[in-house]
Design a binder for this molecule. Sequence first.
Ligand code: SF4
Ligand code: SF4
Length: 92
Amino acid sequence: MAHVVTEPCVKCKYTDCVTVCPVDCFHEDKEMLVIDPEVCIDCGACVPECPVQAIFVEDDVPEQWKSYIALNAKKAQELPGITEKKEPLAKK
Ligand code: SF4
Ligand code: SF4
């Protein structure tokens, strides 16, 4: 199992979450972050850091965002890692 970033993260890169991850498993694309499920150790540290509650443990991902489980796994393999906080993008 792993933690999963879901839809509320889109256009909302506060990136507070990445600063607490002990295994650096976040990756970024232009509009959101994803978690590499192969690397995440399920410590849960990132969950309270996210101001929009975008991160869930895989089993608790709400029904409407289940597709993000596969999306995190796929994108994490393709995208660069992110380990430092960045300025947030404006929420549209
Ligand atoms: S803090 Fe939440 S919304 Fe912001 S980048 Fe991390 S997961 Fe996405
Ligand atoms: S649960 Fe822990 S290991 Fe997994 S992404 Fe969050 S901070 Fe990193």
